[in-house]
Design a protein around this ligand. Sequence first.
Ligand code: ADP
Ligand code: MG
Length: 704
Amino acid sequence: MSRNENIHVSLRFRPLNMREIDENESNIWQVNKNSVVLKQEMAQVFQESKKLTGAPKCYNYNYCFTSKDSNLLVYETVAKRVVRASLDGYNGTIFAYGQTGSGKTYTMMGSEGADHEPLSKPIRKERRSVSPFRQMKPIPKDIPSPRQSKLELPKEKGIIIFALEDLFETVSVSNEKTYYLTCSYLEIYNEQVYDLISETGGFKNEILSVNEDPARGFYVKGLSEHVVGSIAEVLTFIEKGEANRKYAVTSMNHNSSRSHTIFRLNVTSVRVLDAQDEEESSITTESVLNFVDLAGSERVSNLQDTPMFSKPPSNKPPEGRRSSRMRSSNNLDTLLNEGKHINTSLFYLCQVINRLSEKNTAKNDMHIPYRNSNLTKILRSSLGGNSLTCIICTATPTLAQFEMTLSTLRFGGTARTITNRVEANIRNNKNAEILQAYQRDIDVLRQQIQLAQDNGKLKAEEMEAMQKQLEERILKLTHMILNKTSKEHSKQVYENVWSTVSGILNIDKRLIGESIGFRVEEKILKFDSKERMKMMNAIFKDKDKSIQNLTESKQFLIDSKVNLKNELKKAIDLSRQISDKAQKYRQKFDKEKALRKYLDMKLNILEHQEGVEKFPLCKIEALEKFYLQAIDTVKELQVRMNYKQMQEISNISTKNHHKMWAMLGIEPIERTEESSSEEFIQTDASFYAARRNHEDTIDLSIDA
Ligand code: ADP
Ligand code: MG
């Protein structure tokens, strides 16, 4: 679903600088939320000097920022919606337009990137080509300057940094989509396009051409594209690019940039959908986000005054750049040449904008001169095309810059009327189609390479350079994969690695295609690196699955190991218990053995008097006593036995007497039988008691 969107235009005034304050300049503009108008007192002065008739004109914008507003507010108010939309597949372009020294670079890059207004007016006319990042090293604190406190502005990030923070934050928390970002950085200087961050060594003055392709539209052939995974990585590229930028001295600002720069982010997102109709599919969105820092618009304003947008300046490119970009800086011709070409690009930019605005109102089929300059070719989709576009017009608020500011105000007013037809770049891919397209793509590439080789198109050194480049990338990639896979094999890691792989493949494909100079057919274009990405995604999924299996097996082994360990522990405990018991039994056995030995000895002593010699004297005496007593006992027993026999005999005789007396009829004399037996029992008990006592006193233990 496409929709018509007006280009959003905002206006931003910068604060007065030291020189302007010294020269007693003041802010002559009244800024309201959506409009800007000349201050009342200034309008009066103009009216009195007949420079103005009637009421001063009020210029309307989508938003107007005062000189006190921060870059963060600018980002949040006008740029954020464009940046955020890029994540959903909408192209976006953010321009900074304005005269030199009005704050374009400050807005885009922040205070670190902007040029610095000198303490006094510059007299030098030489050029400088110094990275603003290097140039902006803080002034040493130990060399105090009377103006230092006024010069040191608080460091402020530019909207590119805010955009990157926003993008990387969203990308890092996104669960359902996988994003990958690549960046490129180009400069248009004298109508010639340079890659500011090309990978091949340092900055080479290689001029790139802007080509047209039915599917891609205008594109810069050979522009390097770098996969970026963090803000730090992007900043490294920006710094590298800034170091290569061209700065020239102008009457307005001795560090003013004469070139147009475009910092570009390519945002791709992939969302894999659940299997539908037994076929897995994915949704891919692609968008291009441009941050454009234009060269100073001052020369254009002069042209605008002398018939505006009608007579283009000569846009014939110069004879070719000299080997060094730092040419003799005082050469007036060169300076004019530069000025002219800045005009050419900006002139056509203004003309394109003007025509587009006329087209909107007249609704006619007007020709738009995109092809007249490289800037308009490259920004074709941003103006009157498929892109959310936001132009930030920067201006100087002083009376001295009144004309320039007026020209900027007019430009913004015109641009506001243009409408773009925007639609998200979304594709739905099915696996089978992807595979077929992939196969077709490989076949055609192979054929083309073969053809090129046969025709000698692919020169040996080109091949060598390409191979070297690929080798470097593969090496870089291998390092990354090794670094990442040695850590946890989480899904996130694979996605990160994958993003990098696909990004590099994407660039390589383009590189190969371009360097062998064939035009990719339309049907082949249907399949591009994003589809490869889908394929690779499937491969990664497989790998992920086998890693998962391996991890499960590993876990099983670990569990078994733990179980075995526990079993072993139990067995050791059991064997310890058994050996403890055995020990106890052994001790008991030893004790029993000793007791037996002792009893044997005791028996021997008692039976055969063997071993008596081992006894101490006291024990022998005790033994002797015992024996004597035993003999006594035996004798006593003998006596008793005799007595018992006698008694039995006596009993028998008594019985016989009784019988005899009974026969004779005589009463026998009664004798108390009980008492005598009683007496005997008594005697028996005392005997045994005495014997027991006696026995107790005898200790027969050998060691006593
Ligand atoms: P341009 O890129 O348009 O030529 P710069 O961005 O280099 O201009 O700005 C010129 C000077 O003005 C720099 O010193 C910069 O720090 C300062 N400047 C520009 N805009 C602002 C602002 N909004 N707040 C503070 N300083 C600013
Ligand atoms: Mg600048």
